[in-house]
Structure formats: structure tokens, C-alpha cells
Design a protein around this ligand. Structure first.
Ligand code: NDP
Length: 250
């Protein structure tokens, strides 16, 4: 039986990269999926492609910093598919600035998208999931939310905040049947890491620091997210799934 048979999922930042891959995998595993992003053309095209292959998916515009948009998208999900079982808070930005180089404007922008976006999604998904008898919230943090790094200070702080917000959600909503877990990818090859990996020395350094000896793929992350989304992980909440080729194991 497909692993997400009968489930309804909402994914933020799903027009490309990891979110799009998770959308495709969820549909293959029997879910109905609402893909959302600010990149409308790309998002519509992913949804259309899924439908052409016989899957059930729609695309809706959602800027995760906008509370009213979250409310509208969650309502539209329930109106169309009857409920909400799975939320993947995946949208994020990754500016690479050290502490001293970080302006307050940049700091606020990163916190708005990477942290407030997760908070708002969580806050407004909870009533819908409670009405559905439970659900699974998967927050995409990063290894940058677990250990310090040489760049991307605001990003690291934001991903650390996501890690602990996830545990609060897990503790507060376990009795509602709502689980919340964070995922901590290492370097995954997507548009987000293009700039970082175009620097040959940074690339070599990161590769040397990855015991498995390669960077991650969107599939590597999506299969972990799938496990957390499915009922196979029904006793897993408040946990951290690290998908980093061993880089933080050292
Ligand atoms: P992508 O940049 O390909 O995907 C992120 C998506 O989020 C983009 O489509 C982006 O659009 C969108 N987005 C940005 N701002 C908003 C917003 N305000 N509202 C809605 N959507 C928005 O990167 P990945 O797929 O790699 O990243 C997915 C998640 O994984 C992120 O949370 C990232 O931090 C995390 N992650 C990524 C790692 C990696 O190595 N790639 C490692 C660890 C964690 P836009 O182009 O407008 O920014």
C-alpha cells in the first residue's frame, strides 16, 4: 500500500528544489498535495507536470511571511481536499554573511522567512490538523541549526530557532495527535547552494568534511521527510533527523 494513502499535504517553498521533490514523492505515495511558493510560474509547472502523470496536486501562491496568506491557503486546502494531515515547512533563504557583515535588514528578512514563516504555518495548521484527528509537521532546519559555521550567521540562528520551535510544538500538541519533527540536511545540491559550490575551495573543503564523500540530493532529503510524514513514524515526535552524509558526526 502507498505510504501516504489518503493523506493531504501542504508544502511551502515547493516550486523547485527539495520542496518540489517532496511534492512529487508524496503524490507517488498516494497523497494529495498542495504545493506553495512565491515562484508562481515554476510552482504551477510542477503541479501541472504531476497532474499530467496522473497525480493529484495543485499550486497556490504563499509568501510564508504573510499570516493572512497562510490562513487562506490552509482554508483552500481543506475546502478542496477535506482536511490537512501533513505540513512541510520547507521555504527558506540562505544568505551567506558573517556576523559583522550582517545588517539588521538582512537579519530581519532571514528571521521573517525562515522562522516567522515556520511559526505561522505551524500556528494555522494546528486547528486544521486537530480537526482531522492529528497530523505531522515537518520543519526543514539544517545542520547549520545544530553546529556553528564560518558564514551564514543569521541563517544558522534562524535554523536553530526552527529546531527548538519544533520541539515546543511536539510537546504542546502530542495529545492532539499532532507530531512535529525537524530535518537537518547538510549540503544538498539545489539552486540554494549554487553560489557556495561555485567556489572551488569552499566546495573541496565541504566535500572533505563529508565522510560519505558526496553532496546530498533532493531525493536523499525527501525520503527522510516521507518517513516523518507517514504513519510509519507514529512514535517519532520532537526529534531531529540529520541527513548530512556524516558531516556533523565527527
Ligand atoms: P531552494 O532555494 O531551491 O528552495 C527554496 C524555495 O523557497 C524557493 O523556491 C524560494 O523562492 C522559496 N521561498 C523563499 N522565500 C519565500 C517566501 N517568503 N515564501 C515562500 N517561499 C519562499 O532551496 P532548497 O530546496 O535547497 O531549500 C529548501 C529548504 O531546505 C530551505 O529551508 C533551506 O534552508 C533548507 N536547507 C537547504 C540545504 C541545501 O544545502 N540546499 C541544506 C540545509 C537546509 P525564492 O527563489 O524566491 O527564494
Amino acid at each position: 500500500m502507498p505510504r501516504l494513502e489518503g493523506k493531504v499535504a501542504l508544502i511551502s517553498g515547493a516550486a523547485r528544489g527539495q520542496g518540489a521533490c517532496e511534492g512529487r514523492l508524496f503524490v507517488q505515495e498516494g497523497a494529495k498535495v498542495v504545493l506553495t511558493d512565491v515562484l508562481d510560474e515554476e510552482g504551477e509547472s510542477v503541479a501541472a507536470d504531476i497532474r499530467e502523470q496522473g497525480g493529484d496536486a495543485i499550486y497556490l501562491h504563499l509568501d510564508v511571511t504573510q499570516e493572512q496568506q497562510w490562513q487562506d491557503v490552509i482554508q483552500a486546502t481543506v475546502d478542496r481536499y477535506g482536511k490537512l494531515d501533513i505540513l512541510v515547512n520547507n521555504a527558506g533563504i540562505f544568505p551567506m554573511f558573517r556576523v559583522e557583515e550582517t545588517t539588521v535588514e538582512l537579519w530581519d528578512q532571514v528571521m521573517d522567512i525562515n522562522v516567522t514563516g515556520v511559526f505561522l504555518g505551524t500556528k494555522h495548521a494546528i486547528p486544521a490538523m486537530r480537526a482531522a484527528g492529528g497530523g505531522s509537521i515537518i520543519n526543514i532546519s539544517s545542520v547549520a541549526g545544530l553546529v556553528g559555521g564560518s558564514r551564514a550567521s543569521a541563517y544558522s540562528a534562524s535554523k536553530g530557532a526552527v529546531r527548538i520551535l519544533t520541539k515546543n510544538t511536539a510537546v504542546q500538541h502530542a495529545t492532539d495527535g499532532i507530531r512535529a519533527n525537524s530535518v537537518h540536511p547538510g549540503i544538498i545540491v539545489t539552486q540554494m547552494t549554487e553560489e557556495l559550490l561555485s567556489d572551488e575551495s569552499a566546495r573541496e573543503q565541504r566535500l572533505t568534511g563529508t565522510p560519505i564523500g558526496r553532496f546530498g540530493t533532493v531525493d536523499d532529503v525527501a525520503y527522510g521527510v516521507l518517513f516523518l510524514a507517514s504513519d510509519e513514524s507514529s512514535y517519532v515526535t520532537g526529534s531531529e533527523l540529520v541527513i548530512d552524509g556524516g558531516s556533523t558526526a565527527q
